[in-house]
Design a protein around this ligand. Structure first.
Ligand code: FAD
Length: 455
């Protein structure tokens, strides 16, 4: 029987496990590492990511996590001549509400400690607002622009629903190739001496060290390790159960579609845009009647939540667009092949065409060449990740990365590696580990913003 003996066994070769291994190998010189995955690296949730990033969050802890992560991504971009295609046109959050004081207050809460000038309010048509003409992350402004004048909005975003009254343009935001980032990190891990093995972990025992039983191509193998990192994404709770521990995590399935925009409905310079407003989808009387008779479809007659999003994919010379709408909130047991709802493409297209009226013609003629995919958001109740020691000594977690694991991976990986190596902890270490549940004040604040951080 094949066996391995390592210092650290990392279960999961998604972006979380790979990032933890990368920082262990490169920053802490811990190179007796073995990453185990039942599939190929970056092939489960990490392959479903929209690959967007932002530093705008309703709670300062999440703002700090993503800000740190973006800085670490920038370090890698500089070192690699931007191998993973980081762009920065920002996130545009659009609402029909004039001067939404609650959102402006939320910006103050998120960026409260930032220098003056971080939040720029534009109240007239002639305001000096810098539009997102370039995708170059190094040239983009920081902070956030708040556009409160309809004429100003119309001039810069002529393609949006004319009822849009306010735009929040978060500037430290854009997209990356998460696959390229993961690939780069894997190469560095291998160069440092770390290894990857395609194998499913089926049992974990402890006798001071850990013994992991694994299955690779039908054969049983053994891995001996001092430390385990649980980076099993939606299966993190399954892995924890193997050593007798439970995790406070639920999984919620979310979906996306992508298709070539043959009609040029979406500007190739449009930033990632989010329609913040809830809506009732437009149906004809005949369609309403038909939907009402089907218990699976009648829910689409009810008011739907906001946060539908759209972006051009593949840069200015590309033709594809991506649409997503995280309207599902029902937890489910994770599956390797998530059961996708065949109605989703039409629902998301109808929803998105409210902010982007030029998408409407696609509703009657759904693009045949389209990709419909999905994955799970593993979430804690407050929708913050769990990074740090598990209850079982010697086991560390990097999980519950919900819908933000691509953008948070570098900071989460760095944080997890510091815990494992016993190095100076990151400033967010306590807030993002189990220790946070001992701080009632912190958790009360986190609970109040949980769902507004869910895109
Ligand atoms: C539809 C969708 C859109 C998203 N969009 C964005 C976005 O725009 N921006 C962003 O930042 N994030 C986004 N996310 C979130 C992001 O994709 C995830 O947070 C991230 O990919 C999670 O990475 P992970 O490594 O934790 O999990 P995964 O990528 O799922 O990796 C876990 C790995 O563990 C392996 N594994 C599990 N159990 C075992 C076992 N017993 N033995 C061996 N291997 C095992 C699995 O095979 C898997 O490869 C999105 C997610 C979804 C679903």
């Amino acid at each position: 029987m094949q066996s391995y003996d390592v210092d650290v066994a990392i279960i999961g070769a998604g972006i979380a496990g790979i990032a933890a291994a990368y920082y262990l190998a490169t920053e802490h010189k811990r190179t007796r590492l073995l990453i185990l995955d039942m599939g190929q690296p970056m092939a489960l949730t990490s392959a479903a990511s929209g690959e967007n990033y932002r530093n705008w969050w309703p709670h300062p802890t999440m703002t700090a996590l993503t800000d740190t992560s973006i800085s670490l991504m920038e370090d890698i971009a500089r070192r690699t001549n931007n191998r993973f295609h980081m762009t920065r046109r920002g996130y545009v959050l659009a609402t029909r509400r004039p001067r939404p004081e609650d959102l402006i207050r939320q910006l103050d809460a998120s960026y409260g400690t930032a220098p003056a000038g971080t939040i720029r309010i534009h109240e007239s048509a002639n305001a000096r607002y810098e539009p997102p003409v370039s995708a170059d992350w190094e040239a983009a402004p920081g902070g956030v622009d708040v556009l409160l004048d309809r004429e100003l909005i119309r001039r810069h975003f002529p393609y949006f629903d004319p009822d849009i009254a306010t735009i929040l343009h978060v500037r430290r935001a854009g997209d990356i190739s998460g696959q390229q980032l993961g690939q780069y990190m894997l190469e560095e891990i291998r160069a440092a001496g770390g290894r990857f093995r395609q194998a499913r972990v089926t049992a974990i025992r402890s006798d001071g060290r850990f013994t992991l039983e694994t299955e690779a191509n039908g054969a049983r193998e053994i891995v001996r390790a001092d430390v385990i990192i649980n980076a099993a994404g939606p299966f993190a709770a399954h892995v924890s159960a193997l050593h007798g521990e439970s995790l406070p995590i639920i999984n919620v399935l979310q979906q996306k579609i992508a298709f070539p925009d043959q009609q040029g409905a979406i500007s190739r310079q449009m930033p990632f845009s989010i329609d913040l407003d809830g809506q009732s989808i437009e149906w004809t009387p005949e369609e309403r009647e038909a939907l009402a008779t089907d218990p699976n479809l009648a829910r689409f007659l009810e008011p739907m939540p906001g946060n539908i999003h759209c972006r051009p994919d593949g840069g200015e010379r590309g033709t594809w667009i991506k649409l997503g709408w995280a309207y599902n909130s029902t937890p489910s047991a994770p599956m390797l092949e998530p059961p996708l709802d065949p109605n989703f493409p039409e629902i998301v297209l109808r929803g998105a065409s409210r902010l982007h009226p030029r998408l409407k013609p696609y509703i009657a003629a759904m693009p045949r060449e389209r990709i419909h995919y999905g994955g799970y958001y593993p979430m804690t109740g407050e929708n913050w990740p769990l990074i740090g020691p598990a209850k079982t000594p010697g086991v560390f977690l990097i999980t519950a990365l919900s819908g933000y694991g691509t953008m948070a991976a570098c900071a989460a990986g760095d944080m997890c590696a510091r815990w494992v190596a016993g190095a100076a902890p990151s400033t967010l270490a306590r807030q993002l580990s189990f220790e946070r549940y001992e701080d009632e004040g912190l958790m009360a604040g986190a609970a109040g913003t949980a769902h507004r951080g869910h895109l």
